[in-house]
Design a protein around this ligand. Structure first.
Ligand code: S3P
Length: 172
């Protein structure tokens, strides 16, 4: 693999599950950015949001992401808000194959089940919150180089498509 694979999409689109499967097949490191942030900060994402605010979380997220992108090619599963930062998008351009895991809010809500630990989804009906996030983010998500529609597919099936896209990318 000559560049990173970065998975893009809503919470519940399968970034973490698919990313781990794809990285194993591709023989590269898997980086789950929320896990990296939690380790760095010694607190859960939910607590960072509650105690420091979303702005502080976004700053740490951008920094931790930049560090991962400076390393050897990996499969990176960041949180769904990572690519909203224009500086991050600039860094991704060229250095990463971005793949949008396109998922309907209804399917994402089903996969997430009862939402715990996702501060942006708590309180209201998760499907409605996911729809609002998608309305706001979809244009940016669709700037990704590739897209895999995940509704009705298993994580294994989505991962197989991601692996094929990564291998095709590496062959060019
Ligand atoms: C967020 C998604 C979460 C996490 C944080 C913010 C977002 O990750 O980074 O709660 O803005 O979409 P997942 O996409 O893995 O749920």
């Amino acid at each position: 693999m000559r560049r990173h694979v970065v998975l893009v999409g809503l919470p519940g689109s399968g970034k973490s599950t698919v990313g781990a499967l794809a990285a194993a097949d591709l023989g590269v490191r898997f980086v789950d950015l929320d896990v990296v942030i939690e380790r760095l900060m010694g607190r859960s994402v939910a607590r960072i949001f509650a105690e420091d605010g979303e702005g502080a979380f976004r700053a740490v997220e951008a920094r931790a992401g930049a560090v991962a992108l400076e390393g050897p090619p990996c499969v990176l599963a960041p949180g769904g808000g990572f690519v909203l930062d224009p500086v991050t998008r600039e860094q991704l351009a060229g250095s990463a194959l971005t793949i949008y895991l396109r998922t309907s809010p209804a399917e994402a809500a089903r996969r997430l089940g009862q939402v715990v630990g996702r501060p942006l989804l708590e309180g209201a009906d998760p499907r409605q919150r996911l729809q609002a996030l998608l309305d706001h983010r979809e244009a940016v998500y669709r700037e990704s180089e590739q897209e895999v529609t995940t509704d009705g597919l298993t994580a294994r099936q989505v991962a197989d498509r991601v692996v094929k896209l990564a291998r095709d990318d590496a062959a060019h």
